[in-house]
Design a protein around this ligand. Structure first.
Ligand SMILES: Nc1ncnc2c1ncn2[C@@H]1O[C@H](COP(=O)(O)OP(=O)(O)O)[C@@H](O)[C@H]1O
Ligand SMILES: O=C(O)[C@H](O)[C@@H](O)[C@H](O)[C@H](O)COP(=O)(O)O
Length: 173
């Protein structure tokens, strides 16, 4: 594993369902040789069952999940291992939970039409496309004071990864 560069934060790739978090975060981690975790895999069985049934998660459902993601971040910080993790992180107060650590948010932002099309085409996932509207309703895009990076989710995955690497001036070591 590549050791953490001093002052190097953990990257949290955020956005609504279908914005490309899993694809881009995995590609970014691969490009950098960093650890990767998909926040989707850290949901409780109850949360997955709820989303699978087409019911949006609420704040109480998301709180323990955010704490699990925070634990992943802390473990990586403590071990000095850089990483990329996905988390929808739709609301400012969710991001505030994760921001207690040294993280940088990368927001994948795209139109409802494009993301809806992608979700309709995606077949191997528990999250139903019908939940996109509630995801967009919940989304509070990062404010300028949050120092997040916003990437146009309508580019190709390779372009998005290259942009993130360039903006953060990251290099494989
Ligand atoms: N930049 C992109 N260009 C084209 N298709 C993409 C892009 N990013 C993701 N996809 C596709 O869109 C769908 C949703 O992407 P995914 O990474 O699962 O999003 P999320 O993790 O945010 O739900 C997947 O089928 C994925 O292959
Ligand atoms: O906060 C939420 O409502 C969920 O966490 C959701 O946003 C999340 O992203 C799911 O895990 C679905 O997975 P995909 O984002 O991969 O569709």
């Amino acid at each position: 594993m590549t050791p953490l560069i001093e002052g190097q934060p953990i990257i949290v790739v955020m956005g609504v369902s279908g914005s490309g978090k899993s694809t881009i975060a995995a590609g970014l981690a691969d490009e950098l040789g960093w650890d990767f975790e998909d926040g989707d895999n850290l949901h409780s069985d109850e949360n997955v069952a709820k989303m699978s049934a087409g019911i949006p998660l609420d704040d109480a459902d998301r709180q323990p999940w955010l704490e699990t993601i925070s634990s992943w971040i802390v473990e990586h910080e403590m071990a000095g291992v850089p990483g990329v993790i996905t988390c929808s992180a739709l609301k400012r107060r969710y991001r505030d939970v994760l921001r207690e650590r040294d993280v940088v948010f990368v927001h994948l932002a795209g139109s409802r039409g494009l993301i809806g099309d992608r979700l309709t085409q995606r077949s191997d996932h528990y999250m139903p496309p019908a939940l996109l509207d509630s995801q967009l309703d919940s989304l509070e895009p990062p404010e300028p004071s949050e120092n997040a990076i916003t990437v146009n989710a309508e580019k190709t995955p390779a372009e998005e990864v290259a942009e993130i690497v360039a903006v953060l001036a990251l290099r494989r070591r």
